[in-house]
Structure formats: C-alpha cells, structure tokens
Design a protein around this ligand. Structure first.
Ligand code: NAD
Length: 320
C-alpha cells in the first residue's frame, strides 16, 4: 500500500503504472490539507502504508509511529524539511528525496523573475493596460545588466544552473556557500565570497539554500539593510529563508529596489499579505519547479524509488 498526498502521482498513470504494477502497489491518494491536517484520517492511511510519497504532509514523529508497516518515505521534491529523519532512522526506514528532477526549471524561474524586475516588466505592462504610454515620470531608472553583479546564495544544483545562465547576462557572478570548496565555485566562472560581501556588493541576489535552522530568516531586516539600494532579491528556495514582513518593509521604505518570491512563509499566503500590495514585487505560487517534463520525471523517479525499496534494493537518494 502506497500513501500519497498529491493527486497527480496517481494521475498520468500511463507512465508510472508499470512501475507500481510491478510491485502490486495500491495507491491511496488522500489529498489531506497540510495546513489543517486531519491527524485521524492521516493515521488511518498510515496504519496500512508500506510506503509514503509526500508533497506537503509531514512525515513527523507521530506519523512514523502511526505507520507500523512503513518501509520507505519519499519527499516528492528536493527540500525535505517535512521528513523527520531522526524518527525514520530510529525505525531503520530510509527517508529519500528526488533532488534532480527540476533544477533547470527553478533556475530559469529565478532568472525570469530577476529579469522581470530589472527590466520593470510589471510596471510597463500595467501602465499600458491603464492607457499610459512611456510614462517616464513614474518609471524607475534601468541600468545595463552587463555592468551589474548577480549574487547566488547556495551553490548546489540549482545555484549552479542559475550561474551557468546568469553569466550570459551579468558582468560578474558571485556566490556564497560555506559548504562548497571555493575552487568548485571558481571552476564555474563564479567568484566565491562571504554572505556579507555578497549582500553588500550584488545588484541581484538569488537564494538557493535548503530550509534548516541555520537558513531560517537568513535574510531579515539587518541583511536587507546591508543590501544595495538598487538591489533586487529573488527567493525560490523556501519561504522561511526570508523574513517576509521585513522584506515588505524593505520594499516600502526602499531599502532595496524590488523583490520576487515563489515560496512563502505560509503557503498559500494570506491574500492580504503586505508583500502582495508592494508595487515592485513579483509573486508566484510555488511553481518554480514546474514543467511538464520535470513533473513527469518527478513522478517517475519517486515511483522508482518506492519500487526499489519494496523490492529489497537500496534507494537511489537516501537522506538518512
Ligand atoms: P542542493 O542541496 O543541491 O544545494 C543547496 C546548497 O545550499 C548546498 O550546496 C549547500 O551547501 C548550500 N547551503 C546550505 N546552507 C547554506 C548557507 N547557510 N549559506 C549558503 N549556502 C548554504 O539543493 P538544490 O537542488 O540547489 O535546491 C535548493 C533548494 O531549493 C531546495 O532545498 C528546496 O528547498 C528549493 N527548491 C524550491 C523549488 C521551488 O519550486 N520553488 C523547487 C526545488 C527546490
């Protein structure tokens, strides 16, 4: 029995069906609301689950305790902060993620939001729609991109994909990642720097770190105040990496020029969220990963991981 909280793992069955058929999996597609989790309903599924593929629902200590047959938990995505690896490890259950299905998509999404901000696309679009042609009075100054510096925080899979593309647009690309050897960063034509230097010198900052206690509110008021006044910030990593109320303040008081968020401290965000009232702000609803091809790869790779472990083989992407 495979439990999943996301409908489309069991849709598009033509591609993943043979994988599930080979292990005789019965898929329970519960679609529980992770923000208002019905623990009793969840526990009923867990009581009979051999495997879990979770998108948003937590596989935390009570969930693991409620799943006596569980043999594998897969986070259907890259970030895995909703898997309690300690609880899984105590039971000897592998916790896995799918790290490599959509790095290109996230990098392209971050770059698109960044370019939209730098080229003032939202402003021009709304001006024209309200009958204003070349409204120089209201328009912000635009500067040549090849004279600017892009700063990447987190030089993993997505950060590297971003760097490869950003080098075609920006005069310089710098990156901060304390866990990657500086030579690895330099080898990709990117200059390694500290977070302080990055915030002080980048004209565009993009975040590609995992969510952890260390990265929670990595960007808050002090960091935003340290950034250049003309800088823009793009967050496609995880909502809590940025203190979003401080970011709204930064935009309101023009500590920085613009920002974009694909991810939110609470998802979905309150429609009255102050960021959604900021003019120089680009919003998207946690879709940076999405392309048809990436989504198909995600479903296939998650299914293959489950099948592997239920067949008694080692998983491909074990986290614990
Ligand atoms: P990755 O593990 O390959 O890279 C993350 C990098 O961040 C690592 O190199 C790590 O050393 C670095 N890092 C960790 N802590 C840091 C810190 N304090 N300062 C600087 N660097 C630090 O992961 P990835 O595939 O590049 O993905 C990054 C994150 O993007 C994921 O963890 C996930 O939360 C997020 N993500 C979002 C979407 C989306 O749709 N918006 C999709 C996929 C992934």
């Amino acid at each position: 029995m495979l439990y999943t909280d996301r409908s489309d793992y069991s849709d598009d069955m033509s591609r993943v069906k043979p994988i599930y058929d080979a292990i005789d999996a019965i898929i329970v597609d519960a679609r529980l609301d992770h923000n208002n989790l019905d623990r009793a309903a969840y526990a009923r599924h867990l009581a009979i689950a051999d495997a879990i593929i979770t998108h948003r629902v937590p596989v935390d200590e009570p969930a693991v305790a409620a799943a006596p047959k569980l043999r594998i938990a897969v986070r259907g995505g890259v970030g895995y902060e909703n898997l309690d690896l300690t609880a899984l490890t105590e039971r000897g259950i592998p916790g896995c993620n799918v790290p490599d299905y959509g790095s290109e998509e996230v990098a392209v999404h971050a770059l698109s939001q960044l370019l939209a901000l730098r080229r003032q696309l939202l402003f021009y679009d709304s001006s024209l729609r309200t009958g204003r042609w070349q409204d120089w009075e209201q328009a912000r100054t635009i500067h040549r991109l090849s004279l600017q510096t892009a700063g990447i925080v987190g030089f993993g899979r997505i950060g590297r994909e971003f760097a490869a593309r950003a080098r075609a647009f920006f005069g310089e690309v710098i990156a901060c990642d304390p866990y990657i050897a500086p030579e690895e960063i330099t080898a990709r034509g990117v200059r390694p720097v500290s977070i302080d230097e990055l915030l002080a010198s980048a004209d565009a900052v993009t975040l590609h770190v995992p969510l952890s206690p260390e990265t929670t509110h990595l960007i808050g008021e002090p960091q935003l105040r340290r950034m250049k006044r003309n800088a823009v910030l793009v967050n496609t990593s995880r909502g809590p990496v940025v203190d979003q109320l401080a970011l709204a303040q930064a935009l309101e008081h023009e500590w920085i020029e613009g920002a974009a968020c694909d991810v939110w401290e609470r998802e979905p965000p309150d429609p009255a969220h102050p960021l959604l009232r900021c003019p120089n702000f680009v919003a998207s609803p946690h879709v940076a990963y999405y392309s048809e091809e990436g989504d198909r790869d995600l479903r296939r790779l998650a299914a293959e991981e489950v099948a592997r472990v239920l067949r008694g083989e080692p998983p491909r992407c074990r986290l614990n």
